[in-house]
Design a protein around this ligand. Structure first.
Ligand SMILES: Nc1ncnc2c1ncn2[C@@H]1O[C@H](COP(=O)(O)OP(=O)(O)OP(=O)(O)O)[C@@H](O)[C@H]1O
Ligand SMILES: [Mg+2]
Length: 217
């Protein structure tokens, strides 16, 4: 069965590409048939894969990275149509903006949208704007994924604010368990398995996404 999952937010640098790569690898390790789509003009994911392969050309490739140029509407529509027929999970790394109208094709196709975010004012504002736009374009459930959370941060007032934000976001979608700011997460490869520390840091939020994937009819 086909499941179409986007990693998206209008805010740049929140961890879309990093978490998209880790999550695709996580799914592959759980033996889900899975492929990643790089829908960002920056092509961070595709270029990362190219570097990984250059460094270790003998290594078998665990999942495909499909590059999608979203500038040509017909092309996007035909590629997405094909991808929706694939028996497996398609994980899409989206760009950090909504300037490209053709992204609508992806939002319409999505079954779930994972929204990496953080609790600083700018990211919350941007995530709010993103949510309003996406709600008009997509029926997909929104899964907010707090990322780069500093464990030592959090005065009482900040924590109170955070609780309120989580409460508000839980009305719109679902807030997933958070991922901490850590070099363990920052370092990602597209050809090797997750190491034990990455696994420990990611399994809770990723299992929560998988539980949502399993709920899709
Ligand atoms: N949990 C984390 N801990 C530490 N660093 C992180 C974490 N998640 C992401 N990063 C780092 O944050 C930066 C931005 O991450 P990434 O490129 O994945 O974001 P993005 O949302 O895809 O950005 P863009 O909008 O440019 O596509 C990178 O340097 C990445 O290594
Ligand atoms: Mg990116």
């Amino acid at each position: 069965m086909n499941k179409f999952i986007l990693f998206s937010n209008i805010k740049g640098g929140v961890g879309k590409t990093t978490l998209c790569a880790h999550f695709t690898e996580y799914l592959a390790e759980q033996e889900f048939p899975v492929a990643a789509v790089d829908a960002d003009l920056q092509a961070s994911l595709s270029r990362h894969r190219e570097r990984d392969v250059k460094e270790d050309p003998e290594r078998p490739i665990p999942w495909e990275v499909i590059k999608l140029n979203t500038f040509e509407k017909d092309k996007v529509e035909s590629v997405v149509k094909k991808l929706k027929k694939v028996d497996g999970v398609i994980v899409v790394d989206c760009p950090g903006n909504l300037n490209d109208n053709n992204l609508s094709v992806l939002f319409e196709a999505a079954d779930l949208i994972v929204v990496p975010m953080a609790f600083d004012v700018d990211t919350i504002d941007a995530t709010g704007i993103f949510t309003n736009v996406v709600k008009k374009r997509s029926k997909a459930k929104l899964l907010f994924l707090p990322n780069r959370i500093n464990v030592s941060e959090g005065k009482a007032k900040e924590l109170e604010m955070r609780d309120k934000i989580i409460k508000d976001l839980n009305r719109i979608g679902k807030v997933l368990p958070r991922i901490k700011q850590s070099v363990i997460i920052k370092r990602y490869t597209t050809i090797y398995p997750l190491d034990m520390y990455q696994y420990m840091a990611l399994e809770e939020p990723f299992n929560a996404i998988i539980a949502e994937i399993k709920k899709i009819k």
